[in-house]
Write a protein that binds this ligand. Structure first.
Ligand code: PGA
Length: 241
């Protein structure tokens, strides 16, 4: 199982101290078969890399520019630069960025450039509350998958993160049965080699006891709860208990 910590726009150099607990946990038997991946803000990737040097915790970024070449794009960072400082993953298509104007076409370009730079992509998809209420969830997910992965060759490096937008940071979460059905629907969209599928949206130390029962899931993308080392560790422990 994969446990991806999405720190969003949180964290500073002081937060590095909180990682000691997680590093210790990552070296213990308690981690079982859990794989930890931290996606801090860009400013902390290098510092996290140094911290994680002697352990198996992996690193990712929360976005990248769509150009795989260097260029005059003030304020942006591309996938090559991320790879160069030790990131192996990148989150692309997060709803918080879609809301800021990233469309499926741009997301598709970003995914291609990330794959080219040999990053693994955590590709976020999900519907809004009004789309859900109109019964459009499957339609929306199909479109996001089709356009986002248009002409993407190396699908083995794609992780799909299903994040219902209405569930992010709200504490609201689908019933297991409904979530399982959506995960199976996403899998059905991929013929042949299935991508790993993560769930994201209000994952916490309580609801993990239910979520872990969904056998079609390969892990979780965790926002708020991942910023607290104890909670993050607890989520992993409970998944295996
Ligand atoms: P949340 O965020 O766990 O705080 O709901 C998840 C995400 O946005 O990736």
């Amino acid at each position: 199982m994969y446990f991806v910590a999405n720190w969003k726009m949180f964290g500073n150099l002081k937060s590095l101290n909180t990682l000691d607990k997680v590093i210790k946990f990552s070296k213990s038997k308690e981690i079982k078969k859990g794989r930890l991946i931290y996606c801090p803000p860009y400013t902390l990737i290098s510092s996290f890399y140094k911290k994680f040097k002697n352990c198996l915790i992996d690193l990712g970024a929360q976005n990248c520019h769509e150009s795989d070449a260097y260029g005059s794009y003030t304020g942006f960072i591309n996938s090559k630069m991320l790879k160069n400082i030790g990131a192996n993953y990148v989150i692309i298509g997060h709803s918080e960025n879609r809301k800021k104007g990233e469309n499926d076409k741009l997301i598709n370009l970003k995914i291609k450039s990330a794959i080219k730079a040999k990053l693994k992509v955590i590709f976020c998809i999900g519907e809004t509350l009004s789309e859900k209420n109109k019964g459009k969830t499957k339609l929306i997910l199909s479109k996001q998958i089709r356009l986002g992965l248009n002409k993407v060759q190396k699908k083995s490096n794609i992780f799909i993160a299903y994040e219902p937008i209405w569930s992010i940071g709200t504490g609201k979460i689908l019933k297991n049965r409904d979530l399982d059905q959506i995960i199976k629907f996403i899998k059905y969209k991929f013929k042949g080699k299935l991508p790993k599928i993560l769930y994201g949206g209000s994952v916490n130390t309580q609801n993990i006891n239910d979520l872990k029962k969904i056998s079609s899931l390969d892990g979780f993308l965790i926002g708020g709860a991942s910023q607290n080392a104890k909670k993050f560790i607890d989520i992993v422990k409970k998944t295996y208990s």
